[in-house]
Design a protein around this ligand. Sequence first.
Ligand SMILES: C[S@@+](CC[C@H](N)C(=O)[O-])C[C@H]1O[C@@H](n2cnc3c(N)ncnc32)[C@H](O)[C@@H]1O
Length: 325
Amino acid sequence: MKAIKNTTDTSSFANEVIKGLSANVKYLPSKFLYDDQGDKLFRSIMKLEEYYPTRCEFEIMQNCKDALLDLFYKEQKPFSLIELGPGDGFKSKVLLKHFAEKNAKFDYVPVDICESVLKDLCSDLEKEIPSLNVNAFCGDYLEALNQASTNGNGVRKVILFMGANIGNFEKNEASKFVSMLGQYMSPDDLLIIGFDLKKDPKMILDAYNDKSGVTKAFNLNMLNRINKELDADFDLSTFEHYPTYDPLTGETKSFLVSQRAQSVNMKAVNAMVSFNSWEPIYMEISKKYSMPEIEELALNSGFKVVHNCFDCRHFFVDSAWQKTF
Ligand SMILES: C[S@@+](CC[C@H](N)C(=O)[O-])C[C@H]1O[C@@H](n2cnc3c(N)ncnc32)[C@H](O)[C@@H]1O
């Protein structure tokens, strides 16, 4: 298996959890949802009837793989395909296999904060596409991208940011994040972002509130992770999963709500956190976009849209951008 370079700072989990649970409005950073168990639960979410985004983006990859190869492999110049948060690579493998079959010259740089998912991805790729050159980085997007780029050899960069992960940023934060990605890019490089589009609000809310309770378990697993890693005593049965969707802003927000007043000890870091009854912890945002909002985000972050790939129902778009200067 290819070596995975780890850029994760182990103390950052404890520090960020304490910061989030000490805030006026309690929150937990959603990137910490993905430990081994969280990754397994997310893979189950992707297969749920209610969770349409995975199927839409898979359809896009299948239907647009030729158009994307034309875009990425312009003038047959080798390129480096850097994927931020690939997870199990279910959808990106459609591209990787197609590009390899077409003998395109490229290497693949997956960057993910979850080490177990990266290890699985690398060993799957070794079996499924043995000719593929893979350099994996484990860590937060920008830290890992920083390291990956210092190893850059001047080849064209194509950055893939799929799965509507961009929706995990609030609007202004999304623009800051994309602008920062731009700092690692040259005018000839490409950025491909997967956006979940605004649609029937009921359909959106159902995707975050499945009947079988997998999304609830996915959110509660974060408390379990804190119990395991920080020797804490969260009683998971006293927290309720509460997702919301606001069709005006396009923001789905997930909360865990404490059903009673209680205190939780985190012994490993010598900290205690108190909850009022019905006090929420803000867990995750998944913002849905309209096409004008996507254009606006590109413009505000120093990019222009060069190509859009939609699924047949226009529920989802993978949008290809280039820097404007
Ligand atoms: C919602 S899943 C999407 C996976 C895949 N892109 C897809 O579309 O199926 C998010 C993935 O991004 C990773 N991730 C989330 N936040 C991250 C961060 N700040 N830095 C690096 N990886 C992150 C998670 O570990 C997970 O594998």
